[in-house]
Each structure stands twice: as C-alpha cells, then as structure tokens.
Design a protein around this ligand. Structure first.
Ligand SMILES: Cc1cc2nc3c(=O)[nH]c(=O)nc-3n(C[C@H](O)[C@H](O)[C@H](O)COP(=O)(O)OP(=O)(O)OC[C@H]3O[C@@H](n4cnc5c(N)ncnc54)[C@H](O)[C@@H]3O)c2cc1C
Ligand SMILES: NC(=O)c1ccc[n+]([C@@H]2O[C@H](COP(=O)([O-])OP(=O)(O)OC[C@H]3O[C@@H](n4cnc5c(N)ncnc54)[C@H](OP(=O)(O)O)[C@@H]3O)[C@@H](O)[C@H]2O)c1
Ligand SMILES: Cc1cc2nc3c(=O)[nH]c(=O)nc-3n(C[C@H](O)[C@H](O)[C@H](O)COP(=O)(O)O)c2cc1C
Ligand SMILES: *[C@@H]1O[C@H](CO)[C@@H](O)[C@H](O)[C@H]1NC(C)=O
Ligand SMILES: *[C@@H]1O[C@H](CO)[C@@H](O)[C@H](O)[C@H]1NC(C)=O
Ligand SMILES: *[C@@H]1O[C@H](CO)[C@@H](O)[C@H](O)[C@H]1NC(C)=O
Ligand SMILES: *[C@@H]1O[C@H](CO)[C@@H](O)[C@H](O)[C@H]1NC(C)=O
Length: 762
C-alpha cells in the first residue's frame, strides 16, 4: 500500500516541475496527473482486458503481480493452489488503506480457527490474481473485508480487484464469467458521515451476487461512528452459523489448535541462543560478534549506562527515584516532552514461580526453538532459540492481572478436579472472579498456585500444571517496556536522558484468597528501577545478579537479575538498562514570548522540569547574545506543582530557585502541599486546581489574549479531569457563559490548535 501512496504522490508532483505553483495541488495538476496515469494505464503490457493493477504499480516489480494469461493448470504458486495444497478453508482478502480492514481480516481468520479449527490464507488483493476466483472449490470460502474511501472508492490495494470484477466483460480462468460455485463472506468498513457509506462492500456484494456467487450470512457493515466493532459483533453470529452449515464444520473443533510448535534442543548454548537479548544486534554484541554501535529504536533498544539517586523514601512504602541514562556516543537524540521506554526484566520471584508452576525449574537452561504454525495469524512474539528461563525472565509479561479468559482456558490443564473447578468458576462467573482474583490482584501463576492450595508467598510451593509452552505463549502478552516522561532538556543535557519515577507498591483490599488479609503488590518496572538505584548506591555491582536487600525492607520486595543476558549489562561499576526514545507531540511553543501554563503534581512534574531547563538553556544563550535584558519580552512560565508535604516529597526542591533566578522571574511556581498545615477554609486539602482557580485573573487573559499554551501531566484518573474542569469553569466565567459551551468548548478549540496538551497516565 505504501508503494501506491508513493506513486500517487509522484503523480501529482510531476506537473509541479512545470509552471504550476510549487505548493499545493491545483485543478491543473490533478487533471495532468490523471492524464499521466491514463497513459501509463493504456501502455501497460497486456492491455485493458487482463487483470492488471490500476497502473499505479507499473514498474514496481512484484507488487503488481504480472498478468498471466488464463493458465489451464493451476499454477502451484497461485492462491487457489495454496488453498488446496495447504488445506486452508478460506482465503481472506482485505481492502485496506490504514489497516483497519486488515485487522478485521485477521480477526475473522483467528475466530475461524478458534471456533472450528479452520485455517485460512489472509491475502492482500494487490498481490494476487482474481481470474482464479472460479477455481475456489465449493468446500471453501472467500472472505472480503473492504473499506470505502472518498466517493465510495476502493482502497489503493483493492482498486485492481474491483476494476476486474466490475468489468462487464469479466472473464475467469476457465473462460466463463460465472461464479456459481463460489461461497463468499463480506464485511465492509466505513463511516456514516460519508454520503457513499460502505459503497465498496455494497457494490462488490451486488456484483458477486450477479455473477452467481453464494453469500454466507448477511453482508456485514462496520460504521466508525457507531463503532466498527459493534457492527462486527452484530453481524458475526449469523455469519458463523451459516459458515459452519455451508462448509460442514463442527463448533469446538478449534479449541485445541496450537499457534506455535515448541522443540527442546538441548542445553548447549551457542552464539545464536537468545538468553534475554532483545534483538539480533544485542545478541551479536553480547557474544562478541558485533561492535556496540548501531541504530537504536524500539526494535533494538540501547543498553544505556545509568546513574541513579533517591528523590525521597518514606516509610519504606513510598519511594521515588531519579535516573540518568547516558546516550553519549550513540545516534540517540531526544527533545524535552518525549518519552523514554525502559525495558525491565521480570523479578526473580515471578520467574521462579512460573517455572515451578509449569514444572520447568530443573529445565530452566534447556533451549527451545519456537516456530509459528501460521505466521500470518500469530508470529512468535520473541526472538529464539531461547531458554525457558530467558523466556520467563525477559520475554513474557508475568505481572499483568490474570484475565478471566486466561483462567478459563487453563482450566483444562488443572492437575486436580478441584483446581479445575476453581478455574472454571473464575472463568465463568464474573462476580466470583472480581471478588477472588481481581480484588487480590492475582497474576496468572499466583492464581494457579492458589487454585491448587499452595502458598503464593513461596514461589516454589507449587503443584505442577502440565500446560504446554505454546499455550502460555499464546495466552501471555509479550513483555512490554514501561514509558516515562523525560524530565530533562536536551538543550541543557544533550548526552543524558533523565527520568523521575515513583515506585509502585500498593496494598490490595482484604481478600478471601489471601487469608482475609490485604496483600502487597509491587509494580514490575518501577521496582526494577528502584533495585537499579539501590545497587548503584552500594557502589559494588558484583552482587548485581539480584538486587541487594536493604535492611528493614518488607521481605517480599522483588529482586531482579540486573546483570542482564550473558552479564552484558554490568561492566566494572557501570550498570546498563535497555532503553529507546518515543517521540511525542508534547512540546513547548518555539517562541519564547508565548506564556506557558504547566500543571503537574507528583511525578507529573517530570516533563516540566525538562521544559523549564529548556528555557533556562535558551535564556543562557540569549543573555550571551543580547545582554542582561534579553528576557524582557519573554512570556511567563507558570508551574503548578503539588505534593504531600514541603519537606517530604517536594521533587527537585533545591533546583527550582536556581532555574527561577536564571529566568529573571519569568518562572512562577505555585505549590500545593496537600498534607501540610495549610487547609482550605472548609478544612479540605489544597490541590493544584485550587491554586489555578486563585490565579485565574492572571491565567485567563494569558490564555485568551496572549496565546498561552496549557499543559497537564500526571494522574489521568482524577487529577487531570478535575484540573480540566477548573480551567473550563474559569474560561466560562470570564466569558460569561456556561461550563459546556464557553468552557469545555474553548478547551477543545485550544486542543485543536495544540495549545492545550496533556501527558497523562493511570
Ligand atoms: C506516557 C506515559 C508516561 C509516564 N510517565 C511516567 C513518569 O514520568 N514517572 C512515573 O513514575 N511513571 C510514569 N508513567 C507510568 C509508568 O509507565 C508505569 O506504568 C509505572 O511505573 C508502573 O509500572 P510498573 O511496571 O511498576 O507497574 P505494573 O507491574 O505494570 O503494574 C501497573 C498496574 O498495576 C495496577 N495498579 C496500580 N495501582 C493500583 C492500585 N492501587 N490498586 C490496584 N491496581 C493498581 C494498574 O492496573 C496498573 O496498570 C508513565 C506512563 C505513561 C503511559
Ligand atoms: N488512582 C488514583 O486516583 C491516583 C491518584 C494519584 C496518583 N496516582 C498515580 O500514582 C502514581 C504516582 O503518583 P505520584 O506519587 O506522583 O503522586 P502523589 O504523590 O500520589 O500525588 C501528588 C499530589 O497530588 C495530590 N492529589 C491527589 N489527588 C488529586 C486530585 N484529584 N487533584 C489534584 N491533586 C491530587 C496528592 O494529594 P494527596 O495524596 O494528599 O491526596 C499529592 O499532593 C501516578 O502514576 C499516578 O497516575 C493515581
Ligand atoms: C479520507 C477518507 C475518506 C473516507 N470515505 C469514506 C466513504 O466514502 N464511505 C465510507 O463508508 N467510509 C469512508 N471512510 C471511512 C473508512 O472507510 C474507514 O475509516 C475504514 O475503517 C478505514 O479502513 P482501513 O483502515 O482499512 O483503510 C473514509 C475515511 C477517510 C479517512
Ligand atoms: C468519520 O468521518 C468524519 C469525516 O471525515 C471524521 O471527521 C470523523 O472523525 C470520522 N469518525 C471516526 C470515528 O473516525
Ligand atoms: C562465538 O563468537 C565468537 C566471536 O566471533 C567466537 O570467538 C566463538 O568461537 C563463537 N562461539 C561459538 C560457540 O561458536
Ligand atoms: C550511527 O548510525 C550509522 C548508520 O546510520 C552507523 O553506521 C553508525 O555506526 C552509528 N554510530 C554510532 C555511534 O552508533
Ligand atoms: C552471580 O552469578 C555468577 C554466575 O553468573 C556466580 O558465579 C556468582 O557467584 C553470583 N554472585 C552472587 C553474589 O550471587
């Protein structure tokens, strides 16, 4: 599809080299463009009759699937031949521009497999020939998932297919123009805002009917406005039932279809064995076969040297850490407002627990080769061959809540009838699940331990569940990085990326599954950062196999293997952690005259430390160029910050006065100490929104008359919503209007102009 996009862009840019204005596309350029297209089209080898892509693919090698005369023998490379030789029951075509239809095509194929054990070919119509449609046997089906565009036009990748089928002289491979033998399923994607709603699917449906093909179920239509998912759900029930009838399939046959094959290949580690490395490049580096340089991104995170310090530690319960990742000597760059992705490993407890529950503790270093049985539907989510231990330590997400679906699926592997009954109940009764699993925040392996009457506080106390690894891989998500708002400016710190992370530890409510006691739960990634900080503080990384345990800490505080795969993350006193940068749109206005209003209580202050540093760095160079009065016309920087107590958790308390001094009073910090001595007149806590409200006489004119940018960062659940309401209310009051019309509407306008931006998480 991207190739077609490029072709289209080129097409309009051709006339631009002539007299047409260089910018924009005027009527002339479009007409000329079409003319060029038409010429290419008619010059195509084979002429109009053959099924040839719309000409956009001319000269693009394979993508346009060279037209072949109606071959009498089924070419073994053709999709119809593959349907037979690979024993597929369906070919699923997606007409997709931005990927939605493609997603639905995969969704359909996955459901077909899980329901009936049916395996399908998911195909891009641009890459196949449609004159073969008459070769699809009656025991199989063709599925069309088609998006509509413009005036009800097909997507680029479906243009040729539509043109071929709608041609009144259509001719299939056997010379006929009928499809009486063909079973088809059709689902359209569209948006009712457009006049030609779902036109492509409707046209195609009508045409196939006309050609004698037999639809299975009704035509489904997904409408973005009502929710495409809703349209799909409403449609699918009847479609699946008719699909099963027509193809004579049995429901339930799919329940045991594996996504992956897993082969144990011994314990002999070689240079190709992944022991937790996140990319092929990382493996080459850790086995000494490549230099540590390269291009670093989400696919190849950079093991960055890190330094860290504690920002506060209260009662052993609340910790916040400051980390600095050294990106010098790499190609990595960042801007204030970007996010950093940090790739932690799972804590020792979680790894041990999973290995014990699966009976793999003694086989932790056995190497397995994992292959996708149907790569179009499910790719192996991590690199391999790899060991059991590395798979659980580095590649699978073990700390997410055990889902009902997962528990229901695992019931069949229970070692005892009692355990099976417990899992079936969790899987089928939402209330019991909420009370017993969700309330206690049980992770999958903890849930399995409890179901067999074991004690989750001891990861090795586990009855063995004979669950094949391929099931685990299908059920658990891939280990994901954790994102943090970068808390530095690259103008001030070009070679380090700073992070401000609060360590997630919380107590669950009392729960039956935990002896009617509350239970401590530790966030996977933030406690990894905490352990990095502690180990660096001890200054001796020799023990960095796992975290050093501080005296007085709760005994269950997680420990981690910080040395990394093949010990590649520790060298002398340097500790490395894999990272990559994710660009965001959270940005300061380029013009320093524009005022900014920054609202970030707690760790929400992170990106604003970056923003303030950015303007400090700019102030330094402005003063060098223009002298002491350089900031006279700069806009104000309002920072609204809140924490519990001034002397406990005030982040970067000692840095702000210095920044304020360098910004010549332009930085105006308002602090709300929610658990300090001051209270509101009614005795309630003071929060940032109260300070914003008090400062409204300065803030509203800055917003409405001086183009101020507004930013909110931090807790999405309550803080951000309450602050937005406060902003809307003061805008409404100033305008003499209502909260909805003049308040929220104005905020929405600001959002559209990128003058109101949020960076929030929950
Ligand atoms: C764009 C973005 C920017 C971020 N920036 C920062 C930042 O600058 N600083 C920062 O500290 N964090 C930031 N975060 C949050 C950070 O990414 C992690 O989510 C956080 O550190 C927790 O990760 P974890 O791995 O420790 O927790 P996990 O093991 O992933 O557990 C987190 C899960 O625990 C559950 N949970 C949390 N609290 C409770 C509770 N009280 N009761 C029940 N369940 C609960 C939630 O379902 C949550 O999804 C940001 C997140 C995003 C998406
Ligand atoms: N689930 C929630 O409701 C919730 C709330 C806050 C933070 N968080 C999450 O906890 C993580 C860390 O937070 P943190 O430690 O950085 O922040 P924090 O220290 O917990 O909170 C910072 C300040 O914000 C105050 N605050 C609490 N609720 C507020 C509200 N509705 N509006 C304005 N201010 C409010 C807090 O006051 P008090 O604590 O004294 O009330 C505290 O003074 C973040 O990931 C955040 O998403 C969740
Ligand atoms: C520029 C544009 C034009 C569109 N035109 C139509 C249309 O004419 N009729 C319709 O039903 N939907 C129309 N849509 C909605 C798309 O069909 C819908 O977004 C669909 O989910 C996109 O699928 P895709 O991601 O597979 O390309 C249009 C969407 C865009 C962005
Ligand atoms: C539907 O299309 C309209 C017009 O292009 C667009 O504004 C709207 O965002 C679309 N709706 C959705 C849910 O994508
Ligand atoms: C791994 O690669 C290194 C560096 O090229 C080489 O010296 C070593 O012999 C290789 N080891 C194995 C087991 O192939
Ligand atoms: C930077 O990227 C280039 C490729 O774009 C690569 O050749 C070079 O080695 C990289 N430099 C470093 C220091 O990683
Ligand atoms: C760390 O692991 C190495 C093997 O990789 C082992 O030799 C060493 O004793 C371990 N150190 C500690 C402190 O556990």
């Amino acid at each position: 599809m991207s190739a077609s996009f490029n072709a289209k862009e080129q097409q309009t840019s051709v006339p631009d080299t002539g007299d047409a204005p260089a910018s924009g596309i005027n009527a002339n350029t479009v007409v000329l463009g079409l003319l060029v297209l038409a010429v290419i089209y008619f010059l195509m080898p084979g002429g109009k009759k053959n099924k040839v892509p719309s000409g956009l693919n001319a000269g693009q090698g394979q993508r346009g699937a060279a037209p072949k005369a109606a071959a009498e023998d089924d070419d073994e490379d053709s999709w119809t031949a593959k349907l037979k030789s690979q024993d597929k029951k369906a070919a699923v075509f997606f007409g997709s521009q931005t990927g939605t239809a493609q997603e639905y095509a995969l969704k359909w194929a996955k459901e077909a497999r899980s329901k009936f054990g049916v395996s399908s070919l998911v195909l891009d119509p641009e890459q196949v020939e449609f004159n073969n449609l008459d070769r699809v046997p009656n025991s199989k089906a063709v599925v069309f998932v088609m998006a509509s565009y413009g005036e009800g036009e097909p997507t680029d990748n479906a243009e040729a297919m539509m043109e071929f089928l709608l041609d009144e002289d259509v001719q299939f491979s056997h010379g006929g123009s009928r499809l009486d033998n063909l079973n088809y399923v059709i689902f359209g994607l569209g948006n009712t805002t457009y006049a030609k709603y779902n036109e492509v699917a409707r046209k195609l449906d009508a045409r196939l009917e006309e050609l004698g093909a037999n639809r299975i179920g009704g035509r489904g239509e997904g409408d973005e406005i009502a929710g495409s998912e809703k349209g799909y759900m409403e449609w699918k029930e009847r479609m699946w039932s008719e699909f099963a009838d027509r193809l004579e399939l049995e429901a339930g046959a799919g329940a045991d279809i594996a996504d992956f094959s897993v082969t144990e290949i011994g314990r002999e580690t070689d240079n190709n064995t992944y022991l937790g490395e996140l990319s092929e490049h990382a493996l080459k580096v850790s086995t000494g076969r490549a230099p540590a340089r390269g291009i670093f991104d989400a696919k190849n995170p950079y093991p960055s040297p890190v330094i860290a310090r504690e920002l506060f530690a209260l009662d052993g319960e609340r910790n916040c850490v400051h980390l600095e990742f050294d990106i010098s000597g790499t190609n990595i760059s960042y801007s204030a407002g970007d996010h950093i992705a940090i790739w932690p490993s799972n804590p020792d407890m979680a790894v041990e627990r999973f290995l014990s529950v699966l009976g793999l503790a003694d086989k932790r270093d056995v190497i397995v080769d994992v292959k996708a049985l149907d790569p179009t539907l499910a790719a192996v989510p991590f690199p391999n061959p790899s060991t059991y231990e590395a798979i659980f330590r580095n590649y699978l997400e073990l700390s997410a809540l055990a889902s009902r679906q997962t528990l229901a699926t695992l019931a069949q592997f229970a070692p005892t009838p009692q355990a099976r009954a417990i899992l079936e109940r969790w899987g089928s009764d939402p209330e019991v699940y909420d009370r017993e699993v969700d309330k206690a925040r049980l992770r999958p392996a903890e849930a399995l331990q409890l179901a067999t009457g074991n004690d989750p506080s001891n990861p090795k106390d586990a009855a063995v569940w004979p669950i094949p690894l391929d099931r685990i891989i299908s059920l658990l998500p891939r280990q994901k990085p954790r994102y943090y708002s970068i808390s530095s400016s690259s103008k001030m710190y070009p070679t380090t990326v700073h992070v401000t992370a609060v360590v997630l530890k919380y107590q669950t409510p009392e729960s039956k599954m935990h002896g009617d006691q509350p239970r401590w739960v530790y966030g996977m990634g933030s406690n990894f950062l905490q352990s990095v900080q502690e180990n660096l503080r001890y200054g001796d990384l020799a023990g960095a196999n796992t975290t050093i345990r501080l005296e007085g800490m709760p005994t269950q505080t997680p420990t981690y293997r910080l040395k990394g795969p093949r010990d590649a993350h520790v060298q002398g006193n340097v500790l490395r952690v894999p990272i990559h940068i994710r660009r965001s749109t959270f940005r300061l206005p380029a013009n320093t005259k524009v005022p900014v209003i920054m609202i970030g209580p707690g760790t929400g202050v992170a990106p604003f430390r970056g923003f303030v540093q950015e303007r400090v760095a700019m102030a330094r160079s402005a003063k060098q160029r223009k002298g002491d009065a350089a900031l006279a016309d700069w806009g104000d920087m309002f920072l609204f910050y809140g924490c519990r107590r001034e002397d406990e958790d005030f982040l970067y308390r000692d840095e702000w006065p210095q920044y304020a001094a360098e910004l010549d009073g332009k930085l105006k910090i308002h602090t709300a100490f929610s658990r300090g001595p001051e209270r509101k007149p009614d005795g309630s806590k003071i929060y940032v929104q109260d300070l914003i409200w008090n400062a409204r006489d300065a803030l509203v004119p800055a917003i409405l008359h001086h183009g101020a940018f507004i930013y909110i960062c931090g807790d999405a659940k309550s803080m951000a919503k309450e602050v937005e309401r406060c902003l809307a209310q003061m805008l409404a009051d100033y305008r003499g209007g209502t909260l909805e019309a003049e308040g929220y509407e104005e905020l929405k306008n600001l959002k559209d102009k990128k003058r109101f931006q949020t960076d929030v998480w929950s």
